[in-house]
Design a protein around this ligand. Structure first.
Ligand SMILES: [Zn+2]
Length: 133
């Protein structure tokens, strides 16, 4: 992903900020410009809690240049507590240990960099939720 494009997406990339439709209440992530449920074009900002569970996961051994530094990594679809599904990378755990149903939470991590001296892009990934005993 280009750095300039990611800069525009900072609220969603760093804070998991989406939208709630003012017409029907539908939540969306990432943001949309027209509600798929009712056609409304007015939205309010919605802050997702950043917790969810893995619904499908796969280990990636070969990736595009942008993600090559992360291999092998776990690519997953998760379901947020609010019901939204999103694609993400699971971090802070061996990819082989990621299981369907695993409870995860959003963390901010390095995604890519432009060259050795260029800007570094940070964005959300998800990590296993810490269990408080
Ligand atoms: Zn709507």
């Amino acid at each position: 992903m280009q750095i300039a494009k990611s800069w525009r997406r900072q609220p969603s990339n760093l804070r998991l900020e989406g939208t709630r439709c003012t017409g029907c209440g539908q939540l969306e992530f990432p943001t949309v410009i027209r509600c798929a449920q009712c056609g409304e074009i007015e939205f309010e900002t919605y802050q997702f809690a950043g917790k969810g569970k893995v619904i499908v996961a796969s280990t990636v051994y070969e990736a595009t240049r942008d993600f090559g530094e992360h291999v092998p990594y776990c690519a997953a679809i998760i379901e947020l507590e609010e019901g939204i599904h999103l694609a993400t990378m699971i971090t802070d755990v061996d990819p082989a240990d990621v299981t369907v149903g695993m409870e995860v939470e959003m963390v901010t991590r390095r995604i890519a960099a432009q060259g050795d001296n260029g800007p570094i892009l940070y964005a959300y990934k998800f990590a296993p939720q810490l269990q408080i005993l």
